[in-house]
Ligand binder design. Structure first.
Ligand SMILES: Nc1ncnc2c1ncn2[C@@H]1O[C@H](COP(=O)(O)OP(=O)(O)O)[C@@H](O)[C@H]1O
Ligand SMILES: [Mg+2]
Length: 619
């Protein structure tokens, strides 16, 4: 599946939309899945080998007791001549108990090793997936529901956790036990063994069928689970709750959740029930073998074959011990088939290629030219939109000199925000060049590019953490004095100081608990702490009331000093002093110049200003 939207052919949109749906709808086909799962275990070769040795030796040990049983019966309890041979019997019993003790001890060690390995492998997988997702381009997140992404990380990786930690030991241990039991049975009596295993091939076939059904259900279950996570994530966020309450839609939200939940319940029951008949059959079959053995032994003895009591008791004991491991192996076989679907979903995400990555020969930003930003005949369309549609930005050429204060103005939807996204290379251009400090952004390392850009947008994002922690996101080692300096510069220090816990006040998710203006000023303080050479302000004040706006605007004007500042302004009064104003309309720069020049021109800018003046007078 292609995650590249860049310059796609006609019809790219429908293909992308389809891919998106498929991404969550069915088990993806991943080549070499088994090998790739096995590779996850590679760093743990040593403990795995030790586990293997433990498992094999403890399983092999289980062959011995049945053979001892035969001896105990035939030579200890009922020797051909005389009463029981007590000394032999005691030796046999002590040996048997000793073997069980050793094998139980080995079992504990083995469980410890497999649990450690399994959980470490899973932990590593989770971090790998998380860091891979961090590297994905912005467009991936704008087109995928957050909850669906979260679900892959939590439910899918969680779903294979048990398999990862159990499979190795269960499969290995039980296979060895089964083989050992089989060998013991052969040693005891090949005729009876034949009777005991005659149905096995049938069970294997049945098991494969059940496994396939289960894998299908598992995919559906994960898909529904991710849908539920998405609903929870959307509906139970602060904004989601506010939206639901303000539109009295809680009922509808509950109904939506309830509907998906019913699907989930049905699937869970189906998943649990699939194979139950199969297991019931296996159980009946395996449990009735001893009875059949007695019968067959009768026939054998009648036919002149020598079958002793010891052999029969030993044989039925082994055979009974076969039941549990055999069921286990079959269960794990099923689990493996089920987890295949989950592994496939995980690898599918790991295989997504970030559309935007550093070029192999990417260089660092040229410190000598910091602050210069150029657009050279840039055309851009959002990933997923077809060639037929007109591009979001067309043939944009402009140059911003170090230290300049420039403004992008224009009607809503004209492409101002999009234009600002191209500077930090959140998206790649379709044609033309965006140059930062003289170099095309595609030739720069993302790390050095982003280190030089600060963004304050209309929708500020604060973490659910203390104010100090939120500020330090820009500079982890910032001292308290530095925090206060930037907070003062952003006119927010006094407000923070007035909170009982000061800089250690916890702000809710996305900064709830602070007013819009306070939040905005914390965000400005944060960007000041970063001290970037290029500052992008995207309608940073437009959600604020006039009083906070004035305060914030003043801090922004201060922040704009000594650096290049690109401001996207909703209120044109804030850009009167700009060195250059670029007027954007429908993805094109239609006018450029200072406020005075543009006013004289009586074009779109003058019209926009007039409209805002009318508005102000009307108020
Ligand atoms: N992620 C996106 N995917 C597709 N189209 C988008 C995306 N974001 C914005 N657009 C579209 O691009 C155009 C310009 O949007 P934007 O740059 O946000 O305008 P402005 O900031 O000037 O209001 C709009 O038509 C908008 O619908
Ligand atoms: Mg915008």
């Amino acid at each position: 599946m292609s995650m590249h939207g860049r310059g796609g052919p006609m019809g790219a949109m429908s293909r992308d939309a389809r891919a998106q749906r498929e991404q969550n709808a069915s088990a993806p086909v991943i080549p070499h899945l088994f090998r790739r799962v096995a590779e996850l275990f590679r760093p743990f070769r040593a403990p795995l080998i030790i586990t293997g040795v433990l498992v094999i030796s403890s399983a092999a040990l289980t062959v011995i007791p049945p053979l001892l049983i035969e001896v105990a019966f035939n030579q200890g309890l009922f020797p051909k001549t005389g009463g029981p041979n007590m000394s032999l019997l005691v030796t046999m019993v002590v040996l048997m108990i000793a073997i069980w003790i050793v094998s139980a001890g080995l079992g504990v060690g083995q469980t410890y090793l497999t649990q450690t390995v399994g959980n470490k492998v899973m932990g590593a997988l989770r971090v790998r997936l998380f860091s891979h997702l961090q590297a994905m381009e912005l467009a991936f997140f704008t087109r995928t529901k957050t909850g669906i992404i979260q679900s892959r990380l939590q439910n899918d990786v969680g779903g294979v956790a048990g398999v990862l930690s159990n499979t190795v030991s269960t499969v290995l241990g039980n296979t060895v036990t089964v083989l050992a039991a089989f060998v013991a049975m052969l040693i005891l009596s090949w005729q009876l063994t034949l009777v005991a295993v005659i149905m096995l091939p049938l069970m294997v076939i049945a098991q494969r069928k059940v496994g396939q059904v289960r894998a299908r259900i598992a995919t559906k279950t994960q898909e529904s689970l991710s849908e539920m996570t998405a609903i929870t994530q959307e509906a139970l966020s602060v904004s989601g709750i506010m939206l639901a309450k303000s539109f009295s839609q809680q009922g509808a939200e509950v109904a939506r959740y309830d509907k998906e939940n019913k699907v989930q319940i049905g699937l869970q029951v189906r998943q649990a029930m699939s194979g139950q008949w199969f297991f019931a059959m296996v159980q009946v079959f395996l449990s009735s073998i001893p009875a059949v053995i007695y019968l067959v032994a009768g026939f054998l003895i009648t036919g002149g074959v020598n079958v002793t009591i010891g052999t029969i008791v030993a044989f039925t004991t082994v055979q009974a011990r076969l039941l549990f491991p055999l069921m286990n192996v079959m269960q794990v076989g099923l689990d493996l088939q089920t987890s295949q679907a989950l592994f496939a979903r995980i690898f599918q995400y790991l295989d997504l290629m970030p559309a935007i990555t550093d070029a192999p020969d990417a260089v660092r930003v040229d410190a000598a030219k910091l602050g210069k930003v150029e657009f050279d005949d840039v055309t851009f369309r959002y990933p997923g939109s077809g060639e037929a549609e007109s591009p979001t930005l067309s043939n944009i050429s402009l140059a911003i000199e170090p230290g300049q204060f420039v403004a992008f103005v224009g009607p809503s939807g004209s492409g101002k925000t999009t234009l600002s996204y191209l500077v930090p290379r959140f998206f790649d251009v379709a044609s033309g060049h965006v140059r930062f400090a003289g170099t095309d952004v595609r030739e720069l390392t993302a790390e050095s590019l982003l280190a030089n850009i600060g963004i304050v947008s209309q929708e500020t994002y604060l973490f659910h953490a203390t104010i100090a922690e939120n500020l330090r996101y820009a500079k982890p080692d910032a001292s308290q004095a530095e925090l206060e300096r930037v907070a003062k510069a952003a006119s927010i220090h006094d407000t923070i100081a007035s909170f009982p816990q000061g800089y250690h006040t916890l702000v809710g998710e996305r900064g709830y608990r602070l007013s819009g203006g306070e939040k905005q000023r914390v965000a400005i303080a944060r960007v000041l702490l970063k001290d970037p050479s290029v500052l992008i302000l995207d309608e940073a004040t437009s959600s604020l009331d006039t009083v906070s706006e004035r305060v914030v605007q003043k801090t922004l004007d201060k922040a704009a000093r000594n650096r290049t500042t690109i401001t996207i302004a909703h209120r044109l009064s804030t850009v009167v002093n700009a060195d250059i104003i670029f007027v954007i309309d429908a993805g094109r720069v239609v006018e450029r110049g200072t406020h005075a020049v543009l006013m004289k021109k009586k074009g779109l800018y003058a019209k926009l200003v007039a409209e805002q003046d009318d508005l102000r007078q009307a108020r």
